[in-house]
Design a protein around this ligand. Sequence first.
Ligand SMILES: *[C@@H]1O[C@H](CO)[C@@H](O)[C@H](O)[C@H]1NC(C)=O
Ligand SMILES: *[C@@H]1O[C@H](CO)[C@@H](O)[C@H](O)[C@H]1NC(C)=O
Ligand SMILES: *[C@@H]1O[C@H](CO)[C@@H](O)[C@H](O)[C@H]1NC(C)=O
Length: 206
Amino acid sequence: MWATVTPLIFVASALALPTLHGRQNTPSWCNGLGAGAFDSASNFTLAAFNVSTPVTSTSGAQLVLGQDGAEDENSFGVLSTYVSYPYNQFPSFSLSSGMLLPNYEEAGMYTSDLSVSAGAEPTFEYSTVQSNIDSSAQIYCAVADTDPDQGSPYPALAVNGDVDNFSLCLTSYGQNNIVYKAVADNNGVYDYSTCYRVDVRLMGTD
Ligand SMILES: *[C@@H]1O[C@H](CO)[C@@H](O)[C@H](O)[C@H]1NC(C)=O
Ligand SMILES: *[C@@H]1O[C@H](CO)[C@@H](O)[C@H](O)[C@H]1NC(C)=O
Ligand SMILES: *[C@@H]1O[C@H](CO)[C@@H](O)[C@H](O)[C@H]1NC(C)=O
């Protein structure tokens, strides 16, 4: 099943509980993330947490799909704090075989996730015309805490097999955006001096 690249469809139906996978058939996008790793879940939201803050349902900053410009009939989005981008046309996300897809508030919007390189913001593409958008990159994984006593109930998001390298960084236009492996030399996309490390977690998967 891991070899199957699902054609991009608008994922509306809820999948069941997160699927846990043993070591031997771990898909590449969950490699090295341990027994709690899973790559499919539906209808959750995302929140950013300061790394030293205890994780509760209210201690994080909700993330929404913030605007990142448009080109022809396609629009681009990034993960912004709701506080800095107080619009939420994509109220939930789904994780589907390593693809992290924003769900539009109504049917009729196609979304995809783009590959994420060091120093860049995780970026998404959306359009009402499915053939306009690039196919989704299979690069995301979620990691549930396997310690029943100490663990957080909210799985951590990983990209490129990495849960530890997200930051929130301020842009010149006021959006506070998630960046992967933030760097000072970023073509002016964000102000590196404002960046701080966060964990990104999936809220409401169960
Ligand atoms: C997604 O979750 C929201 C909030 O819990 C709920 O209102 C909505 O019906 C859910 N949608 C699906 C497709 O499960
Ligand atoms: C992280 O902590 C700083 C300083 O207390 C605070 O300003 C910021 O809003 C916090 N961020 C999140 C995502 O909770
Ligand atoms: C990525 O995370 C690891 C583990 O916390 C850390 O050692 C490394 O410095 C981080 N890299 C960057 C570019 O932030």
